[in-house]
Design a protein around this ligand. Structure first.
Ligand code: 4GP
Length: 826
């Protein structure tokens, strides 16, 4: 390893074709340093070397992508289009090196130039083009689609600013713009000559053509151009590469001959800025987007450009429109791209002149929809007025879809007139709203949830009426995660230990991890397993010391709660328990015997007051505990700022206990829970989302479940849940809440956290924190006791890893491919 600025003086200009892959990679890096980046090959700095390496890999990826495309074309395969407003790919360098089988070569080439691969990889700044679970899932799925060689395309938006960068200042979350493009893009190709027009606003003109047909067209529309930016997603060592196509907004003026030559120079520039705003920033979730015109514009922008791409490819085949569903499936990742349904209808009816019935027949066989949340406030609705102004023709089409749908429902349920109001695509009340989930269900042939539990909830409650109408559409696809990133890449030493014992097949067939089970009783394997885990904890401890200035004991129990901040995810429940432990340490030294390091991380939506307030509370509690000499090494609390994929990759391999403690019935699936268990962490969790399936796979004795079940939550609520009763009955809980309300953790502002306690005691405790507190405390005690027996803990850890095969995204995507998409690998 060398200092940041010094490359090895041996670096030279490109020379004759090299024979060894490492040498040829080195030559490519040097060539890019000089010719693509314009830097001196004698003294490239680390960032330059990173970029040149990325460009060298991009060269290899694009070659394989072209070959993969040819394969798809020549086989005339059915194609999958995966539409998502969010992708959260994480840093690409290591993933691409592993997929291309070039990790050792890159290490060698860089060493030769005087650089370390780890340092160079740390130069990468990840694109944060997603909020959390949904976007990360989309990226895991693209990885699996490539590994399974599916003829698939990811489509999304090329936001100039991704999810904000989170700083913690004086305990508070502060948001900074995430300018991920500032260092340029090394992985993508901008297709500046490859653009589609997207048309908003305007008026619908109705007219009758020469054949006497009623026609519709949009007049006075505003046009914005969508430019493709392509990023390549390689399969694992299979020479197959997929494209994630992200659209960037460009003003249409630039594509006019007279651009800027109109006499209104500043006006033209203003128009350019306004148009290009569309892809400027990713919306943070959890903030109700209602009324946010720009967000609806983004959705249509993605949809319109993508459907044009799909239609363009389909037209080249020269076959009839009714073949569209046989050749294409369009998957809607949540309702965000659901306006694709009326958009395809518009093209088929208004432009291709199909009858409504023909067009609808095609549409409903083309779309499939995945739901990712049951939170009522997250079910997307748009004010009808906004829709009418921005997308007038689409609103007409939605009304017509609705009219016909309600007509059918009326016939199917003649004795239940209220059902019409419940299932209508338009909510009618004082104000009128377009319900995007209803549109997505009515316009799709498949509707799936993301864990067995969640899919049942969709059928039984959230979409129960629709389940009665279209029972055959509903199905489950339990989420999965890619083992390439979430074990091989983030935890290379554990991956190596596994491969050493069972071979490398687990990388593409995760069920192979089962073969580890015989080693569970081998002492040598135990020791090696725990050594790797401890080494990972040492590394994280170093990171914590560097970033937060806190010294933590690597031997302590690393108890980790990282994910988005939301009340239903109950970081608050966790911190209540932390305070309870703190009190035990203070009041009866010796009662807490297992030292713990609590690690929190996660972003709160900038407009979500309570979530941000809970971050502040955690930081205040952390400060109080970490500076109290009575506590010593028994308890440390750390908040790591700016949780993102890169940080997750550091934290997960070093975790002992994984906190998955959402209120039962609220977390659709969770995927963090899978990443931790795959890396040998033990889950403490509720009977929620995929936790339930994880329990079924790893065994009830290898994780710690607690708390109310979903139906108990519902019953308690319907019987009138009284959180005060729990407060009154439980003196330990009472002491904790009184300390928070009384300013113990905020002595200079004693009332600061009173509202947190109020939300629990006086405002109904919507997420049943108090109801679950006692059983959580008991389970935490069980976890601590288990941790004391390190051999038993190691056994649990190994069994978790070995039994997580089901949770591979390869399995999940394979199920999508077979059950929903009807495609197979090329
Ligand atoms: C998330 C869900 O909250 C999470 O349970 C699930 O694992 C993940 O999707 C992937 O399916 N939802 C979102 C969202 O991220 O924005 O709705």
């Amino acid at each position: 390893m060398t200092s940041q600025n010094s490359g090895n003086r041996k670096s030279r200009l490109p020379e004759a074709p090299a024979t060894r892959p490492a040498e040829s990679l080195k030559q490519d890096i040097l060539r890019h340093v000089l010719y693509s980046l314009g830097r001196d090959t004698e003294r490239p700095d680390r960032q330059t070397v990173f970029r040149a390496l990325a460009l060298s890999l991009r060269d290899r990826l694009v070659e394989k992508w072209i070959a993969s495309q040819r394969d798809i074309y020549s086989r005339s395969s059915k194609r999958v289009y995966y539409l998502s407003l969010e992708f959260l790919p994480g840093p690409f360098l290591r993933e691409n090196l592993i997929a291309l089988g070039l990790e050792n070569e890159a290490r060698e080439a860089l060493t030769d130039m005087g650089f370390g691969l780890d340092d160079v990889a740390d130069e990468e700044y990840e694109p944060g083009l997603g909020n959390g679970g949904l976007g990360r899932l989309a990226s895991c799925y693209l990885d699996s689609m490539a590994t399974l060689r599916l003829p698939a395309y990811g489509y999304g938006i090329h936001y100039a600013y991704g999810i904000f960068y989170q700083l913690i200042k004086e305990g508070r979350q502060v948001e900074r713009a995430d300018n991920w493009l500032r260092g340029g893009t090394h992985w993508e190709f901008e297709r500046s000559h490859y653009v589609h027009p997207v048309r908003f606003y305007g008026q619908v003109r109705e007219w009758v053509d020469e054949q006497g047909r009623l026609r519709h067209s949009l007049e006075n529309a505003t046009t914005v151009m969508a430019m493709a930016c392509d990023m390549f997603i390689p399969g694992h060592k299979n020479d197959y590469v997929l494209n994630m196509r992200l659209w960037a907004a460009k003003t249409s003026r630039e594509f006019e001959f007279s651009f800027f030559n109109t006499g209104d120079y500043i006006g033209a520039v203003e128009e350019k800025i306004r148009d290009e705003n569309i892809s400027m920033v990713l919306y943070p979730n959890d903030e109700a987007p209602e009324g946010k015109e720009l967000r609806l514009k983004q959705q249509f922008f993605l949809v319109s450009a993508t459907i044009q791409d799909i239609v363009r490819r389909f037209r080249k085949k020269g076959i009839a429109w009714d073949q569209l569903p046989r050749k294409n499936v369009i998957h809607l990742n949540e309702t965000h791209p659901a306006v694709a349904i009326p958009e395809l209808m518009r093209i088929l009816v208004d432009e291709e002149l199909l009858t409504w019935e023909e067009a609808w027949y095609i549409c409903v066989r083309t779309f499939a929809y995945t739901n990712h949340t049951v939170l009522p406030e997250a079910l997307e609705v748009w004010p009808e007025d906004l829709f009418r102004r921005l997308l007038p023709r689409h609103l007409q089409i939605i009304h017509e879809i609705n009219r016909r749908f309600l007509h059918d429902v009326r016939r199917q349920f003649p004795n239940d007139p209220n059902i019409l109001g419940r299932v209508s695509l338009v909510h009618e009340g004082e104000s009128r709203w377009v319900r995007m989930s209803h549109l997505a269900i009515v316009g799709s042939f498949s509707v799936n949830g993301v864990s067995a539990h969640h899919s049942e909830i969709l059928k039984e409650s959230v979409f129960h009426d629709f389940y009665k109408i279209f029972p055959e559409r509903f199905n489950n696809k339990t989420n999965g995660i890619t083992p390439r990133r979430w074990l091989r890449q983030c935890n290379p030493t554990l991956a190596w230990l596994i491969t050493e014992h069972i071979g490398p097949e687990w990388l593409t067939d995760l069920a192979q991890l089962k073969k580890l089970e015989p080693y569970v009783n081998s002492e040598g394997f135990h020791r090696a397993w725990m050594e790797v885990r401890l080494r990972n904890k040492h590394k994280l401890a170093e990171y914590i010391r560097d970033k937060n200035g806190i010294t933590v004991m690597p031997e302590s129990l690393f108890d980790v709660h990282v994910k988005r901040f939301h009340e239903y995810k109950r970081q608050l429940l966790n911190v209540l328990h932390v305070i309870a432990l703190y009190n035990r340490i203070r009041s009866s030294p010796g009662s807490v015997t297992v030292p713990r390091t609590y690690i929190f991380g996660g972003k709160a939506a900038p407009g979500y007051y309570m979530a941000k307030h809970i971050i502040r509370l955690i930081n205040s509690v952390a400060y109080t505990i970490n500076t109290d000499p009575r506590v010593g090494d028994l308890l440390k609390v750390v908040f790591l700022q700016n949780y993102c994929v890169t940080l997750a990759e550091r934290i997960i391999p070093a975790t002992d206990l994984s906190e998955q403690i959402s209120t039962a019935g609220m977390e659709a699936s969770g995927t963090g829970n899978m990443k931790f268990a795959l890396n040998g962490a033990i889950t403490i969790g509720t009977h929620d989302g995929a936790n339930i399936e994880i329990m079924e796979h790893v065994g009830n004795e290898n994780l710690f479940l607690f708390g109310l079940l979903s139906h108990e939550v519902n019953e308690m609520r319907s019987q009138g849940y009284n959180p005060r009763l729990f407060y009154e009955r439980d003196s330990e809980l009472r002491e904790v809440l009184d300390m928070i309300a009384g300013g113990f953790f905020s002595p200079s502002e004693p009332h600061l956290f009173r509202d947190v306690v109020e939300s629990l005691l006086n405002h109904g405790d919507r997420y049943m924190v108090l109801a679950d507190f006692r059983s959580y405390v008991y389970r935490q005690q069980d976890a601590a006791n288990a941790f004391m027996d390190q051999a038993a803990w190691a056994r649990m850890s190994m069994l978790n890893t070995s039994r997580m095969g089901f949770f591979s995204s390869d399995r999940a995507v394979d199920e999508y491919a077979k059950d929903i998409w009807g495609v197979s690998g090329v």
